[in-house]
Structure formats: C-alpha cells, structure tokens
Design a protein around this ligand. Structure first.
Ligand code: BDP
Length: 713
C-alpha cells in the first residue's frame, strides 16, 4: 500500500496507552499550570507512595516541560501536597477530615486551598493507594487540560473488586485474545521480570483496577502447583504496591489432576483437606492472594455436578479454604448444559436462583451482562435482582470475541452502560443493575466488576489502536458506573491522541456511533449468536449440526413464517425471569423494544415495524445502515489525519477498511441466507449482495486468533 504520507510527525506505536503525558502546548494553560504547581511535597514512606512520587515527577516534567522540584516544607505557593493525614502534616492541618471520611480506603480528595497565606493543591487520601489513585486522577486532569482553579474533587470507587480476567493459557495462547500472546512469560518467571509487567500495573492503577485473574477460566490445574505458584508470587510482588491483587482460576478437578486423589467431590473430607492445604501453600507465597475464579459445569469444565453436588456446595468448598486469609471465591454464573433441553437463556437462572442464600459470605457470583453470551446486544441478565442474598459481580467482555475481534473499531462503554443502567424493577422502578452490582441495593459488603481482558503482547497492547479505550472504559466504569460513555471517550481521546477540540468532537462521535453500527451490520433487531462456528469470526447464520446450543439456527429460528426466538409465555417463557413491568413489556410485540424484538419473539416477515417497513425490509435497512455507519466512520477518520501521527492514523485507517469490507460481508451473507426463508427481494434502493450465498457459506478461515487451547490439539 503506497499512501502519500502527509503527516510526518513522530511515529507513535501506542505502547504508552493513555499515559503519554504529552507536553501542554496551549500557552495560557501551560502558564496556569506552571504557576499552580511549583514544587511537590510527598513523603515517599512506602512502595506505593514511591510510585506516586515517580509518576507525578515524571508526569509533570513531561506535561509542563520543567522539572518540578521536591520540597520538604510547603514554604511557598504552588506546592502540590500529596499524602495522608498520618504521613503528611500539611494534609493533617488542612482538616479535610469530613471529606476524607466519605472517600473510604481507596478514594481521594483533590483540593486547591489557601492555607497560612499559601496557595496549595492537595491530593489527600486515607491510604497510600488512595494517594496513588489521586495522583493518576490529577495527571488525567492535566492531560485533558482541565482548569486548576476551584479544584474540589472527591472520588471513591463504587465497587470493591475491579478486575481484569485474563483468559491466558500457560502456553501463552490467549483464549479469545486478538492482540498477540499472553503477557505472562511463565517460562522465564520468576527470574526474569519483564518491564512490561510494571507498565501493565501502572495502566491498571491509573484507572483504578485492583485485581487480576492471571489465567483462563477454562483452567489448567498446573497453575496450582508449586512450580507455577512461585511464578505467580513474583507477579503478585510486583503488582502489590500498585494496589493490584492476584487471583487464579481453580480447576475443580485439581485434587485429582495434581493432587492424586481419586475424587474431587466437594463433600469428601480428603478433598476439603486438599483445598485447605493448597490455600495455605498459596498464602505462604502470596499473603494477599485474592482468591479463586471458577468456571464449573459449563462447556465441558469439571464441577460439583459431576458428583451430584450443587454449585453452592462446590463454591463453599473453596470459599472455606480461602476464608481464613480473607480470600474470596468468584463463581461464574455462566452455566448451561447441552443435555438440558430448555432454552439456554434460562438455565443459569433456573439452577442458581434456588441457591440464593446458600453461598458462603465470601462467595461472589459473576454474571455475564446478558443471559446468552457477550453478544453485540442482549437484554441484561435476569439474575440481576433475583438473588438478593448473594453478591453478584458483573462480567463484561472487553476482548471483542463477538465484535469483530481486534479488527473492528467498537467502543464498548455504551454496551457496558446499557447493562449497568438497565432497570431490574426488583424493588420497583429505579432498581438498576448498577445498584445490584455495587452492592448498594442489598447492602453487600463485597461487590465487583470483571472485564475479560483484551491485552496481549502486541506493541500497542490491545491490537486495534482504539481497543485500549475499552480497557480504559472498563476501569472507569468499575470505579464509577455513573460516568458517561461520552466523558470517558473524551478523556481517553485527549490522553491518547490530542486535546484539539475538533479532533476530540469528531472522534468521540465516531466512537459513540461504533457500537450501534456493529449491532446493525451483525445482529440487528435482537438477533444473536449467528456468527461462524468456533472462532466466531464473521457471519455464520447457517451454522447447524453438532451441539444444538452452539449452532446459529438454535438462536434465530428462521423459517418460512418468520424469524426470532419465541421467549414469551407461548414459547420458552424466558421472559418470566424478569420482574414486572419489564416482563410484560418484553412479552408483547407492541411494547417490546425493537432492538430486542427477535430475541423475544418469532416475527412474521411481513410484520409492520414502527418505521412502517415490514420486518424483512427493516432487516435490510438495518444491515445497510450498519455498513453506512462504518463508511461514515471512515470519512470521519479521514478528516482527522492532520491531528494524528502517521503510524496510528494509517493503522486505524487500514483497520476501518477491513471493518467496512467485513460489514458488507456480514450484511450480504445474512440477508442472502435469511432470504431463503423470507423469499422476499432486497429492496432496490440498497446495494445488492456482491456474491452468492454459496460463496459466503464456503468461506473458511484458518488460524483465526484466540481459539481455545484445547483445539490446538
Ligand atoms: C464463550 C467463549 C469461550 C469461553 C466462554 C466462557 O466462546 O471461549 O470459554 O465464553 O465465558 O463466549 O467461559
């Protein structure tokens, strides 16, 4: 490809993510910053505060273009005071007590204040980690060129566990990973500590992520052997001062596989003793070990059902083992079984709701945003609101398994927000999923959000230059689910690219548009799970045969009369899992939001939609508008060349070309296939399919990244 390169500015590679600390070039802003910050007072009495010092010194030097000296005393205006009331006498004297009381263990307060005649900025917290979070927040403030007068910020996290889930295998492949191999170089650990681990920790701490599950939910028991645990301990040591605790996935059959027992039955005394011993061994090496994440009896994973025991019995076994050391067990609610004939969307609810109240206090259930599986759009999972006695974590997928892998620009904050902001009605109107998740609704002391990581060894971490926005957005929303998708996108763009308003405005609109675009060209109107088999890359609405609940025809149910999965009381009745009035709203075709129509109803092809179009025509319209949106995104990006370094500009441009091509692929393949049932023409105002249905059905993709380890043979 020989593009004329107009913009010769430095070639950025994305490695620095949103922590570029690019020099402030706007003169009035720079002057105001240099006046307000002339020296730093911090008592780096802990590893965490040393990091805070390192970060603020380096950040200010790069942003302000001057070295801001350290001071022992706040003897002049412009002192930036960082600390807790215990380690910094100025912070103690500023009497921020009330504000600090409200921000708890991890929050912070940032104020500009005049004290004894001097004008200070204080970053205050109750703990060292609160200070580090405050420092990152302050640096973000500067990076996004916000004013420093009247600074009065109080911030604290809404959820306790803000975690990345790495689906990383021990051979360094990453299940559903599209950004290279796993960061964890097990072969060289614990001796060689890659500098990238530190940058990983910095990036996470900068958005408040405080936990990481290092290994795949489709777990390998070897991680629990001493040989691997010492490697895990090396990572835990490095992450600790960044406030990040390490968690591992526990393979339920580990007592058999590595413990030489002949059963993993959770009620067997030998099994109980084995897990207790294992937990003790882990805590010897990693005193602040977070706990276990478990996928059990799902998609072939072992679990308590193998022994006729329940999920709560399985979870409690592990919970008891880690409880004495303050660990938790995060048990996944992603459970379904091909041998149960009922609608897959109902199975987790049917199994788990009766067990509400049976889990130990240190068990959290981790629930995906929707009842099927990380689809471009699904209704929220009906478990939210239905298990008041159990803390429910929200699990979202940051990696884009069902959203074009790392080749499509899809900004996911709107998807995450759609779930968080959804009303469960469990205690009447206004009982949001977010309120369930943060524990406020049912007064849980533990709470959390988990994001399946999109990070790998690619130089820019996440593959697509815009994919890092999803890592960033996850962290920001786990910290505060009230933040808006727009504000998060804006911060990320300013930090990642430039503060030029024209760029920020247009690129932000492009990001916001991107999620709906993907829904429209992949799975409009409530369609779901119609992608290619196994690797899930590209369309596959014709997929049938083999395990029924892994086929597309199971989900779209297209036939000559119409299309869609009837989940009303006349069908699978999955709607009954939702509280009124949402249940009734979904149940009626007239009130069901059209964006979920085919998720809940089997609709005739000639049904009249709100637009006045027939369902078939609406489907054609949606698929086409998805393609149009991608073209619009391309135009937007092309108009922004002057603002972006050439490397990242060309990278995004090239990927948008792939996205446009693949949007057409999705549209043409799906419409041609569904047309075999509707027998209706694609209206002439739309582009007609470029190839035949046979052509699309015959396309085969080899070695798509991210397919599960077990399939590498
Ligand atoms: C599915 C993925 C599979 C994961 C599974 C899970 O295709 O690779 O193992 O989710 O969440 O969407 O356990």
């Amino acid at each position: 490809m020989n593009r004329v390169v107009k913009n010769q500015r430095n070639l950025e590679d994305g490695y620095q993510l949103w922590l570029r600390y690019a020099p402030v070039t706007d003169a009035p802003t720079l002057t105001a910053y240099r006046t307000a910050i002339t020296q730093i007072m911090i008592n780096a009495s802990s590893a965490t505060l040393s990091i805070a010092q390192e970060e603020i010194e380096a950040g200010l030097e790069r942003l302000l273009g001057v070295t801001v000296p350290l001071a022992k005393q706040p003897d002049r205006s412009g002192t930036l005071v960082i600390g807790t009331p215990h380690n910094n006498h100025v912070i103690a004297e500023l009497k921020l007590g009330q504000a600090l009381d409200q921000v708890g263990d991890e929050g912070f307060v940032i104020v500009r204040t005049v004290f004894q005649g001097n004008d200070y900025i204080a970053i205050a917290a109750n703990t060292d980690i609160g200070n580090l979070y405050g420092v990152f927040h302050f640096l973000r403030h500067l990076q996004t060129h916000k004013p420093l007068h009247d600074l009065n910020i109080s911030s604290s996290p809404k959820t306790k566990l803000r975690m990345l889930n790495h689906w990383d295998n021990l051979d360094r492949t990453v299940e559903r990973g599209y950004a290279g191999f796993s960061l964890w170089d097990w072969h060289k650990l614990p001796d060689y500590i890659s500098p990238q681990y530190k940058d990983y920790a910095r990036a996470n701490a900068s958005v408040g992520i405080n936990g990481t599950v290092l290994t795949n939910v489709n777990a390998n028991a070897l991680i629990l052997t001493k040989q691997y645990l010492v490697k895990v301990a090396a990572l835990a040591d490095l992450f600790r001062p960044y406030g990040i605790r390490v968690f591992l996935t526990a393979r339920f059959s580990a007592p058999v596989e590595i413990g030489k027992l002949d059963t993993a039955d959770p009620l067997e005394p030998d099994v109980i003793a084995w897990w207790q011993k294992k937990a003790d061994e882990i805590y010897e090496l990693i005193p602040d070990f977070g706990g276990f994440l478990v996928k059990a009896n799902s998609e072939g994973q072992p679990g308590p059902h193998d022994y006729g025991r329940s999920h709560s019995e399985g979870a409690n076994l592990l919970a008891d083992a880690v409880a004495p050391k303050g660990g938790v067990v995060i048990w996944r609610a992603f459970v379904y079984d091909e041998n149960i004939p009922d609608d897959r969307a109902k199975q987790a609810y049917d199994d788990l709701v009766p067990q509400d109240g049976m889990f130990r206090e240190n068990v959290l259930l981790q629930v995906k945003n929707g009842p099927i599986d990380f689809q471009p759009r699904e209704p929220y999972h009906p478990l939210f609101g239905a298990m008041p006695k159990t803390p429910l974590m929200l699990e979202v997928q940051i990696t884009q398994e069902y959203l074009g892998c790392a080749t499509h620009l899809v900004y996911l904050a709107p998807l995450f927000k759609e779930t968080l902001d959804a009303d469960t009605y469990c205690y009447g109107p206004g009982s949001l999923v977010a309120d369930v998740v943060d524990g406020s609704l049912d007064k849980h002391v533990v709470s959390g959000m988990a994001g399946v990581s999109n990070i790998g060894t690619d130089r820019n971490w996440c593959g697509h230059p815009f994919a890092a926005a999803n890592w960033f957005a996850f962290g920001r929303l786990a910290w505060d689910h009230r933040a808006t998708s727009e504000d998060i996108a804006e911060d990320w763009l300013r930090m990642t690219f430039t503060n030029e308003d024209r760029f920020v405005g247009l690129a932000k609109a492009m990001m916001i548009e991107s999620r709906e675009a993907a829904v429209n060209y992949m799975t409009p109107l409530g369609l779901h799970h119609i992608m290619a088999r196994d690797h899930h890359y590209g369309p596959g609405p014709w997929v049938k045969g083999g395990r029924a609940d892994w086929t597309s025809i199971y989900y779209h149910r297209a036939d000559s009369t119409g299309i869609g999965f009837d989940r009303t009381p006349a069908g699978s009745d999955a709607v009954s899992h939702y509280f009124s009035p949402y249940r009734e709203q979904l149940s009626s075709r007239d009130t069901c939001p059209e964006e979920l129509l085919l998720w809940v109803h089997h609709i005739p092809w000639q049904y009249t939609m709100k637009s006045g179009r027939t369902l078939w025509d609406e489907l054609c319209f949606k698929y086409n508008s998805g393609v149009e949106s991608v073209r619009h995104m391309q135009q937007t990006w092309d108009s922004l060349a002057e603002f972006v370094d050439v490397a990242r500009f060309e990278h995004v441009k090239g990927l948008l070309e792939i996205q446009e091509k693949e949007a057409r692929w999705w549209r043409d393949a799906c419409l041609l296939y569904f047309q075999t049932f509707s027998k209706l023409p694609i209206p002439p105002e739309y582009e007609q399919p470029a190839e035949s249905l046979k052509y699309y059905q015959a396309l085969t993709h080899y070695y798509v990244p991210g397919i599960p380890e077990r399939r590498f043979g």
